[in-house]
Design a protein around this ligand. Structure first.
Ligand code: SAH
Length: 216
């Protein structure tokens, strides 16, 4: 692990201010962004200076760590309460996972690329984050630990996978970007007794959610 020095902390405070200006208002989410050292999630320390720029960044296997604004936006929509069970699809670098841990969630997260799953498992353990990581296909969810209070998808899904709705409690929230390669719309869905209530929250751009292609 790298040090978290005054320069990193200063850059993080600036990032929090930037996200406030961009419309993030949930104080707990902003505090989590202010706390998690995002530079630890970027493998090469030569790129440290990009860690607190509001941009996505390559993390290997052709994937990216999501833009801080996107992480904050999805976290805000998820309305996480301490102690809730949250399922994340697309662990990637583990940055969003760490934010969910800071929000007090009991986190389960799935990644399809084995090298990312392994490196992120080590990173989060080194950082003392206790998340339950799995290597597999997030399309199927993680039925062994279901139901979940909240589900967050951090890759662009062609449609809402039914398995994820099935594994949500009644009153639970699913936050998911839906769309193709050209971009996605962010949706939040609340599971009700009779179906789902769906809201759209604008355009985003994610790496694709890929079905049935778990990589060793
Ligand atoms: N939350 C991550 C975002 C990483 S990008 C972060 O902040 O770093 C999205 C991730 O979703 C990629 O690592 C990609 O490999 C993964 N992914 C795509 N389709 C998937 C699927 N069907 N199951 C599990 N993970 C998937």
């Amino acid at each position: 692990m790298r040090t978290d020095d005054f320069r990193h902390q200063g850059l993080r405070r600036k990032l929090v201010e930037e996200l406030k200006h961009k419309g993030i208002s949930d104080a707990r989410v902003l505090a989590a962004i202010g706390k998690v050292p995002r530079h630890q999630f970027i493998d090469d320390s030569a790129f440290d200076r990009f860690a607190y720029v509001d941009q996505p960044f390559p993390i290997g296997c052709g994937q990216t760590i999501s833009q801080p604004y996107t992480v904050a936006f999805q976290s805000e929509l998820l309305k996480v309460k301490p102690g809730e069970k949250v399922l994340e699809i697309g662990t990637g670098s583990g940055y969003q996972t760490a934010i969910l841990c800071e929000l007090g969630a009991k986190v389960y997260s799935i990644e399809r690329h084995r090298p990312l799953y392994l490196s992120t498992k080590k990173r989060l353990a080194d950082m003392r984050y206790r998340a339950n990581l799995a290597h597999g296909d997030g399309y199927k969810g993680l039925p062994v630990h279901a139901p979940y209070d909240k589900v967050i998808v951090t890759c662009g899904a062609p449609e809402v996978p039914q398995a994820l709705l099935d594994q949500l409690v009644e009153g639970g929230i699913l936050v998911i970007p839906v769309g193709g390669d050209a971009g996605q719309s962010m949706y939040s869905l609340v599971k009700t007794a009779t179906g789902v209530e769906k809201k759209e929250h604008g355009a985003f751009s994610f790496v694709p959610m890929v079905e049935n292609k778990v990589r060793g």
